[in-house]
Ligand binder design. Structure first.
Ligand code: HEC
Length: 170
């Protein structure tokens, strides 16, 4: 009873903020890390803006051996690889849903990290919890100045039309 009285005595603004906080949280996670969603994209589970501080620890444990401590692509393992790890400091990516020259969306990066890159040493990080994948993406984006340059945004994912209907008889 005492607690209820105490709560009721809070200033109106505090009570209002407490009431809308869950709504703001839900809205922020449903927006996705860049606010972009792709049709038929199955890599959106647990979408949330990542935490770069938490991601830094994951990066150094899981990515730096290949991509290097500061993302220069020169980790100790890199010398042994035929296909060299991407220099994350350049901010240039192959696997994107965006036009040539643009940055990838967070979902593009999530897809790469989740599935890995077939025929290269880039492994799948499906075993990492989705939140950890978003966190490592947030950290990875601090390694290249391109991601903090507002002139690179908003990204414009390429529209993908409907699939061509099947014409063979079943
Ligand atoms: C065993 C080595 C290795 C590890 C560990 C590794 N990578 Fe990679 N990564 C690679 C290689 C090799 C490539 C380049 C593949 C290519 O050229 O197609 C790559 C490419 C990438 C790309 C570029 C995709 C693109 O669109 O161009 C991203 C993003 C990436 N890695 C992120 C990560 C993250 C994040 C981690 C840690 C969670 C990680 N990698 C761990 C080897 C590794």
């Amino acid at each position: 009873m005492k607690n209820v009285e105490k709560y009721d005595q809070r200033p109106l603004l505090a009570r209002l903020l407490l009431n809308v906080a869950p709504l703001i949280f839900i809205l922020s996670i449903s927006q996705g890390a860049n606010g972009q969603t792709l049709p038929g994209d199955s890599f959106q589970e647990g979408t949330k803006p990542g935490d770069a501080v938490a991601g830094k620890r994951i990066y150094h444990a899981a990515c730096a051996p290949c991509h290097g401590k500061d993302g220069s692509g020169d980790g100790p393992v890199a010398a042994y690889l035929r296909e060299k790890p991407r220099k994350l400091t350049d901010g240039v990516f192959k696997f994107r849903s965006t036009p040539s020259g643009q940055l990838p969306t967070d979902h593009d990066l999530y897809r790469t990290i989740t599935a890995g890159l077939h025929t290269t040493a880039m492994p799948s990080f499906k075993a990492l919890a989705p939140e950890d994948r978003w966190d490592v993406i947030a950290y990875m984006k601090t390694l290249s100045p391109r991601f903090s340059d507002a002139s690179n945004f908003p990204l414009k994912p390429i529209e993908i039309g409907n699939p061509v209907p099947q014409t063979c008889p079943k």
